[in-house]
Design a protein around this ligand. Structure first.
Ligand SMILES: [Zn+2]
Length: 183
């Protein structure tokens, strides 16, 4: 079975308290995200990392505080989430499927299953898992490697996902080892 990992928007502006659009608790996920991304690289599992990249006057900033502006540190991914052979897919909207090259990329990877993690559960992760379920392939969400902007909305996203046939997994279930916290 060919699995593809999808690491959603684990960028500095979302992951750290000082980031422009911090997702509460996201920094606690960094060891898990790093473990999954490096596991993918070591196992030859294709790894897609989606990344917001906005212009300074992006229309999205009417709804959200400015974040992930091209050329800023906040737009970058934390160093520990970088891995060999990582395929970065940039986007200007919440939904990675708005990048017209994304469906063709998925087609070329020919996955039998997608494993999704990152931020935020109730926004960009939600768009990604729904779009991936629409492809008809099995999708698994890594429950200890996601964080929500709003906890209730995050819980509802997970309920809707499992109601659509999505499955839930964990870092240790995927990597076969206990997830260790750094520090
Ligand atoms: Zn954005």
């Amino acid at each position: 079975m060919k699995t593809v990992f999808v690491d959603v928007d684990t960028q500095i502006d979302f992951m750290f308290p000082a980031g422009a659009l911090y997702v509460p608790g996201a920094e606690l996920l960094l060891p898990a995200i790093a473990r999954l991304n490096h596991f993918a690289a070591a196992q030859g599992i294709p790894l897609i990392s989606t990344a917001d990249v906005h212009s300074e006057d992006d229309p999205e900033f009417r709804q959200w505080p400015p974040h992930c502006v091209a050329g800023t540190t906040g737009q970058l991914k934390p160093a520990e989430t970088l891995a060999a052979h990582q395929i970065v897919v940039e986007k200007q909207a919440l939904d990675v499927f708005t990048n017209p090259t994304f469906p063709a990329l998925l087609g070329s990877l020919a996955a039998d299953r997608y494993v999704v993690y990152g931020v935020a559960t109730d926004y960009c992760v939600r768009c990604a898992i729904n779009g991936l379920l629409d492809t008809g392939k099995p999708v698994a969400l890594v429950t200890d490697a996601i964080a929500a902007v709003n906890a209730e909305d995050g819980a509802r996203t997970i309920r809707e996902f499992t109601a659509r046939g999505g499955t839930l997994t964990t870092v240790s279930e995927l990597t076969g080892t206990e997830s260790k916290r750094n520090g």
